[in-house]
Design a protein around this ligand. Structure first.
Ligand code: PLP
Ligand code: COI
Length: 358
């Protein structure tokens, strides 16, 4: 592991913690401390510390502000019934961070060191981990290019930091099924682009379609492949799964979608529950045909922030699909229970997915 000490500088002004855990929502409140480590070309990573949460001083000419050389991650710290706290598969986030770094020509940071930093920060912020079912402390590791230079080339200085946010449900209506617009004009990513990297530009590029869909009453946009506009890829913050005739179908991770950690975990759980799993391109036409035959039983999204999010309605070019009578389907429910059971420590960790913090 990278041999770098992490200094801890505690805040002298701790904030009020939220008292009503039922209204947390997602990404609105931030805890007292953050982790930060700096990178300078020719020196490497240096000055790792946990310090009071607060604004970063970056130059207005920082490359991140002009050319979006930025990557990020998302993972959660859960409160166990016995009062302890634990994280779900943090090494997978550290690995994906490094894959994103490679794509965006940013420096890699030792994966075990990243997990050590997450754990130390989670321990410092342990009182910020909520208790209520469906809540957690969301960690957002982020890396940005900084310095001051306007040439279009990889930067020479970077900051890696982690902030924490107590979180409830990602969607405003909790676990209730969402409405999805299948987008046939804008695209999110193409093969050879940055779709498989968790980089900010993918998200800003998706805002217009999501904004237009939200004005028409949809919660999310389901993206199609960028080449033929034919195969379903993923939703803004989730991978998508479809249950057709009791089998599970999901898009392959061929370069344009984010290889979700929840996706990978759900596929494993589904297989172990005896559900047949297919990772292969699924066309919109296939979904509509299955719907008209009555074999499209469920659709749901998977993601760290969104957990398992059932889809109640999908729309493509004005044609509507309604699913599970607007309720949560039985497979989505069973997978949700199993996954969150493991994450919170109520189910045995048969897969070694849990990293205990305390
Ligand atoms: N797809 C996109 C575009 C995302 O932003 C996310 C969220 O991280 C996911 C899928 C799901 O990935 P994970 O399960 O690793 O959170
Ligand atoms: C996550 O689920 O961790 C994500 O990063 C999704 C986010 C874009 C809200």
């Amino acid at each position: 592991m990278l041999d770098l000490d992490i200094k801890i500088i505690k805040t002298e002004n701790p904030k009020e913690k939220p008292t009503d855990e039922s209204t947390l929502g997602f990404g609105k409140i931030f805890s007292d401390h953050m982790f930060i480590v700096e990178y300078t070309e020719g020196i490497g990573w240096h000055d790792a510390r946990i310090q009071p949460y607060g604004p970063l001083a970056i130059d207005p000419a920082s490359p991140v502000l002009h050319y979006s050389q930025e990557i990020f991650e998302g993972l959660k710290v859960y409160r166990r019934a016995d009062g302890g706290i634990q994280m779900f598969r943090p090494i997978e986030n550290a690995r994906r961070m490094n894959r994103s770094a490679e794509r965006m020509v940013m420096p890699q940071l030792d994966e075990e060191f990243q997990v050590k930093a997450m754990k130390m920060l989670a321990e410092v912020e342990q009182d910020w981990v909520p208790t209520r079912e469906g809540t957690s402390l969301y960690l957002r590791p982020t890396m940005i290019a900084h310095g001051a230079e306007l040439g279009v080339h990889p930067a020479h200085k970077y900051l890696y930091y982690i902030i924490c946010s107590p979180a409830g449900s990602y969607y405003k209506n909790g676990m209730s099924p969402i409405k999805i617009h299948i987008e046939d004009s804008y695209v999110r990513a193409v093969k050879g682009g940055t779709g498989a990297a968790k980089t900010g530009g993918n998200y800003s590029a998706s805002l217009k379609a999501a904004y237009e869909a939200s004005k028409r009453g949809f919660d999310q946009v389901l993206w199609l492949d960028g080449k033929q506009n034919k195969y379903v890829e993923e939703v803004g913050a989730m991978n998508m799964m479809f249950i057709i005739d009791h089998k599970l179908y999901t898009a392959p991770t061929g370069g344009s979608i984010l290889p979700g950690i929840t996706r990978k975990s759900v596929l494993r759980l589904a297989e172990d529950m005896g559900i047949e799993v297919f990772e292969r391109p699924v066309s919109v036409m296939e979904l509509y045909e299955a719907y008209s035959k009555g074999t499209l039983q469920e659709a749901f999204g998977t993601g760290t922030a969104a957990v398992i999010s059932p889809v109640g309605l999908m729309e493509y070019r004005g044609d509507i699909i309604k699913l599970s009578d607007g309720e949560i389907g039985p497979i989505a429910m069973a997978i949700y229970n199993k996954l969150t059971g493991i994450q919170r420590g109520n189910e045995p960790d048969l897969y070694n997915w849990i990293e205990r913090v305390k």
